[in-house]
Design a protein around this ligand. Structure first.
Ligand code: IMP
Ligand code: MG
Length: 307
């Protein structure tokens, strides 16, 4: 029999039957955060004797986006020692393969890394589910940057970010635009279901946009009312061109028809937070886009709003 460096295990049956409950729990966490995984997809031969594989290692999970194998450890010290040994052998024999032993206590740091670290348990409990994972955001923002770079070739667009929800998107997007750009910001008060008073400019541009190629960068377009007012105001200032790029489009509640030239994702009619977007100023620093639990939001709304 010819020796194969890596044996492909047969395709995992669906649904996956896990060997241990902690593996199922871990898979649930990965699903929650939108991290793609495969269960025990590969077996690595570690030691051969007389042409036979006498020791092999099948890590529990493979996370494709991170190109990383994960082996969960149990509390039994004997097994942990054995696993450490296998990981060491794997490193020696397959130096390009990344594998990490994950202790149960590592779950917490994993949660922190993926975004719940800064929140109290109470606020974290308000999150319903992750709608767009950090890696999907990164991929899409990268694509949008390339599209914009192509379309504006030879020009020097002025990126006009609408505060405050746009902060994460703007910071990431501008670094994927391979052109000279100018950056400016506006802040607009908009109806959020609670406050009234119409769409007002709270902070105006610092740059003169006459004759410039202006690209409005928005976090989310919902009813379209904010953007409609903004477009009307900005056209009066005679830019050479005026286009719109939004990370999220929530078309279900559209009242004012607005042109959208670049769209990251279309989202359902649910309240979303994270990656800059807030609910009462909270959750902006989540690295992913999540939906909030309806009942949690209702409870919050009955409480007095902090001034
Ligand atoms: P529009 O005028 O209804 O299109 O409202 C757009 C603005 O409302 C966005 O720029 C956000 O600031 C806010 N907004 C709308 N939907 C959401 C949401 O689901 N989460 C957070 N903010 C939202
Ligand atoms: Mg906004």
């Amino acid at each position: 029999m010819t020796w194969q460096p890596v044996l492909e295990a047969p395709a995992a049956p669906s649904p996956v039957s896990f060997a241990h409950p902690s593996e199922e729990e871990f898979a649930g966490i990965l699903d929650f955060y939108g991290v793609k995984w495969e269960y025990e997809p590969r077996t690595f031969p570690l030691v051969e004797e007389l042409g036979h594989v006498s020791m092999a290692f099948t890590p529990d999970f493979y996370l494709c986006d991170l190109d990383l194998y994960i082996e969960l450890t149990t509390l039994k010290q004997k097994l942990v020692t054995e696993k450490h040994r296998k990981v060491r052998l794997l490193h020696e024999r397959y130096p390009d393969v990344q594998v990490k032993l994950l202790h149960r206590s590592d779950y917490l740091s994993l949660l922190a890394k993926y975004g719940f670290g800064p929140f109290s348990e109470f606020d974290a409990a308000g999150i319903h589910e992750v709608l767009i994972s950090a890696s999907d955001l990164e991929r899409r923002v990268n694509e949008l940057g390339s599209e914009i770079s192509r379309d504006y070739e030879g020009k020097e667009p002025l990126l006009l970010g609408i505060l405050r929800g746009v902060t994460c998107f703007m910071a990431d997007l501008m670094r994927h635009i391979a052109l000279p750009v100018t950056v400016d910001f506006m802040s607009i008060s908009s109806y959020d279901g609670e406050q009234q008073g119409g769409v007002r400019i709270l902070k105006d541009l610092e740059e003169d946009i006459a004759g410039k190629d202006v690209l409005i960068i928005e976090d989310i377009i919902d009813t379209g009312m904010t953007l409609r007012t903004l477009l009307d105001t900005l056209w009066l200032r005679r830019p050479a061109s005026l286009k719109v790029c939004t990370l999220l489009d929530k078309p279900k509640r559209r009242i004012a028809e607005v042109p959208i030239d670049y769209r990251g994702f279309t989202v359902p009619d649910e309240f979303v937070v994270g990656y800059g977007l807030d609910f009462r100023q909270k959750f902006r620093n989540l690295p992913f886009i999540a939906t909030l639990k309806d009942d949690w939001r209702r409870v919050q709304k009955t409480q007095k709003r902090p001034e």
